[in-house]
Design a protein. Structure first.
Length: 237
């Protein structure tokens, strides 16, 4: 396994195609990591432990790509939304559970995805605003999905997956944030121009200014921290 260590977090450094190839036959937890998650995990040991026990950690944020680049890894970010769709295509026909987003959003997302993936086999489509977690767990256990997509935002989705994965050793779980909102058509993804320049975060912040608090100062501070740790490392050696 190709892993890089960034500020104490192990991150897999596969390219997109290799990550998909690896994940296709994998079971367990895929974490789509970004600087906000690393920042939160640095202050929350339980969350850090969840990330460290994930079977695959892919670099979903441009900040992670920059951090890895500073450390000498030429890795492109792997947007969780694209990764998850490719997994659905490559495993089409296998039972899939969709858990997350506001009521009716996951249903709309499944309808749209089915147009692209005719063999899509959704066995559970559940919104993310439930109070009875136990009932959701039981229905997941009884339907035995091969792929479980969890879109509850971070850290909720990672905790949800972590609590479930040992009881479903046959499943691949992917935490994918706001992806159902995009697949449903309710939220537009950034135009390709922003995506290509790694500025998707900027587009989302312009559209949704309240995200500013989440990104700043986390993103620049994260890059500074990586630079500082590399500098200290170079001075020591
Ligand atoms: N969400 C949910 N249940 C909750 C809180 C959030 O299903 O209790 C959903 C929310 O509706 C949205 C997603 O989780 O679809 C989080 O999206 P966000 O864009 O914040 O996540 P990111 O991609 O930034 O991690």
């Amino acid at each position: 396994m190709k892993r890089a260590n960034l500020l104490g977090f192990d991150i897999d450094t596969y390219c997109f195609d290799d990550a998909v190839l690896f994940a296709k036959s994998l079971t367990g937890q895929v974490v789509t990591i970004n600087p906000e998650m690393i920042d939160y995990a640095s202050k929350n040991p339980k969350f850090k432990e969840i990330i460290s026990q994930a079977e695959l950690v892919i670099p979903d944020g441009i900040g992670i790509q920059i951090g890895l680049c500073i450390k000498g890894y030429k890795v492109r970010r792997i947007p969780g939304i694209e990764f998850a769709k490719r997994i659905l295509k490559e495993t089409s026909g296998s039972p899939v559970a969709f858990v997350g987003a506001k009521p009716n959003i996951a249903e709309k997302a499944v309808i749209n995805l089915s147009k692209e993936i005719p063999k899509l086999n959704p066995v559970i489509v559940q919104d993310g605003y439930f109070s009875d977690t136990e009932t959701i767990y039981q229905s997941l256990l009884s339907k035995r999905p091969r792929i479980v997509l969890v879109a509850l935002g971070s850290p909720k989705q990672e905790e949800f997956i972590y609590n479930l994965k040992k009881d479903m050793p046959y499943a691949l779980f992917i935490g994918i944030g706001g992806s159902f909102d995009v697949w449903s058509g309710e939220v537009k993804r950034a135009p390709e121009f922003f995506q290509k320049l790694g500025l998707e975060w900027l587009y989302r912040t312009i559209k949704e200014p309240k995200r500013l608090k989440r990104i700043f100062p986390v993103l620049p501070l994260f890059v500074l921290k990586v630079l500082k740790s590399e500098f200290n490392h170079a001075v020591r050696n």
